[in-house]
Design a binder for this molecule. Sequence first.
Ligand code: SF4
Length: 383
Amino acid sequence: MNAYATPSDEEAIGLYLHVPFCERKCPYCSFYSEPLAEHEPAPLISAMIAEMDRYRSVRSFHTVYLGGGSPTCLPVQELARLLDAIRSHCPSPAEFTVECNPGQTNAEALAMLRRHGVNRVSFGAQSLDTDELEQLGRRHSPEEAIAAVRLARKEGFDNVGIDLIFAIPGSDLAGWRRNLELATSLDIQHISAYSLTYEPGTALDQARRAGRVEPVDEDTDRAMYELAIDYLASAGFQQYEISNFARAGFACLHNQGYWHNRPYIGIGPGAGSYFQGRRALNAPDIRRYVEKIRTGEEAWEQSEPIGRDERVCETAVLNLRRRQGVNLAAFRQATGADFLEVFDNPVRRHEDQGWIERTPDAVRLTRKALAVADSILCDFSAL
Ligand code: SF4
């Protein structure tokens, strides 16, 4: 059941844990991660458990999300140690997700996740096409991703999601449709679909700059996104956020917390937090992070208070990402501000253009605005 009522901040805190290891770096990825082979994982897991212990005062976490990186590349005893510690902090979260790499998932691992109270798994499938996976530098095959999903269902997970990427170099609309057909033929409840981005500093972006990779053109990219919305709707997946689609009752509770702008605590190197009115970012370096925890220092390297205006803007931008948009009463309750008063100018302007629509209770992006959402949302990012 999708139980996202409107709990108080205290009840609704999310817990995110970042396992910063991968087998090797994917060329498009800008998340903080390092090759597992270059590190001893035990000290890092101990440090993450110690960091979690610092939040004993938080009575309960509404949701838990174990991501990375690739949590499933951890040696099984280290993963179990981390899961045990999470369980002792959060005996019964409404949702407990673990990101799984399809090439690293077997029946034993899935059974262990179940035993530790994990009730949702999200597979980084990225594509169900062999050539596209090769373009992305992924090591798993489409068959492994499909087998991993089936295994998860067999092991008793009734909330299974996959991530897909579109606009992969060399791909076309017909290929993307095949991906969507195959994905929706699986017994899954959630699909995240993102356009490939060329993040500065990644190997993929360097290849693009050097002319070794040709990005999919903008029109095709947009057509792929529109196809995802239509195709997934026809297959019973409701779009509930710009890039996220779920069967009824299976929208991700943890990520909804972010879009509601509710507090969360991030554990591990490179993890971000929004807690007690501050945003903080942990040291994005395994050695520095472990040392900070060992010497009793704060784990973060950046921490800043979020003022009232910032909170108003952040809440607006995050809320507008949801298909439900900004609930005017909830916005006022969360920020103390009247959305229509504060954002009178951009709302009117974008309404005239057909990018924004209103109901008596809410303001949201129109369907045609979704593909260009970022350019609209930036008008809500400052007062
Ligand atoms: S995409 Fe996933 S598996 Fe690849 S490097 Fe990034 S976090 Fe690791």
